[in-house]
Design a protein around this ligand. Sequence first.
Ligand SMILES: Cc1cc2nc3c(=O)[nH]c(=O)nc-3n(C[C@H](O)[C@H](O)[C@H](O)COP(=O)(O)OP(=O)(O)OC[C@H]3O[C@@H](n4cnc5c(N)ncnc54)[C@H](O)[C@@H]3O)c2cc1C
Length: 364
Amino acid sequence: MLQSFWERVLYEQKYDLIVVGAGLTGQSTALFFKYKYPDARVLVADRGFYPIGASTRNAGFACFGTVGEHLADLEIETEEVVKQRILRRYKGLQLLRETLGEDTIDYEHTGGVEIFTDTAAFSVARDHVPKFNAWLYDLTGEEEVYKAHSYLGIPAIYNREEGMLHPGKLIKELYRQNVELGIEYRWNTIINELDLENGVVFTENHEKLLGEHIVIATNAFTEKLLPGKNITPGRGYVFVTGEMSMLEWMGTFHYNKGYIYFRNVGDDRLLIGGARDVDYQTEETDEFGVNDTIKKYLVNFSNEVLELPQGWTIEQEWSGIMGFTETKSPYLEKVGKRTVLVAGLSGMGVALGMQLGKEAANTI
Ligand SMILES: Cc1cc2nc3c(=O)[nH]c(=O)nc-3n(C[C@H](O)[C@H](O)[C@H](O)COP(=O)(O)OP(=O)(O)OC[C@H]3O[C@@H](n4cnc5c(N)ncnc54)[C@H](O)[C@@H]3O)c2cc1C
């Protein structure tokens, strides 16, 4: 369609910052940039009517890692890298709670529990509790964060510094704060081309947006915009049960190095998700959808391990897409004179997203 003379004032404006991707990371980048430069013109563009990746589709665990996960991470990364990532997640959670307000995002400091059905794996994890407690003390000053015990008779390791929140309320509040600060949004806007050197962002409908700076916060979907960055999509499946009387699993729970996770939603529902490892290759996709093999596995887990009461039902199920780097460390790097990439949060972005967004804003 030909533009009118008058529309030039709308289409040819230049932003100080354009953020592509309105998930937790992108919107946090916009927020902290605006804190730093209150007069800056900031635009956030997203392909969805709401963000549609992981930030509104996750399980709402405010966590920084179980002993089992740390041990698995140490098999692929050095102690220093694993430690620094724990610290970043820990700081990210503090920042998130302070910035958005605990009540607003339904934050509950429940602690987290990692359960074990394999006694050998439990004894290895239990033996490492003192080591990871020493790490956490060095990093954060918190004492005795992890403690071995049992939950409903199942061997477990408790983490007293974790909690849960409501991802929908989180994004709603972040959006509210950004709009209040004057940050502009373009929803339903697919960005399909970038001119990194000149700060031009092209939409699928051939509109052109000009930015002094650009931040790409498209996580799992980055490959299409910036080929070669090696961020592999990983689909995650989640369901919430119907109401159950006498729900015994209250809090946040992890199993099998974090591959399975479950938590209460209110007093009478359970959310369960994960098990990507059951059908890894199929789940390396950026298409939303339900994998029946994984669903069956989680239903069986709910019956056999969690022993949910007979007759329990699935009330709602969905999937979200995560973006994994090879080592699980995210990208935060310049990819052009004016452009920063912040993506690849590798499955724990509730903790990392705001902290990374803040760091991205500081690199501009
Ligand atoms: C099922 C599931 C459960 C999870 N549970 C937890 C948990 O309990 N705790 C935890 O810490 N983490 C969890 N995570 C991970 C966490 O949700 C993510 O790491 C985090 O939300 C990533 O945020 P983001 O903003 O970087 O990416 P996203 O939220 O994916 O945002 C990227 C945005 O970019 C937009 N976009 C992509 N391409 C384009 C384009 N070309 N043009 C315009 N817009 C585009 C998308 O629409 C999307 O809104 C979970 C993830 C999933 C999928």
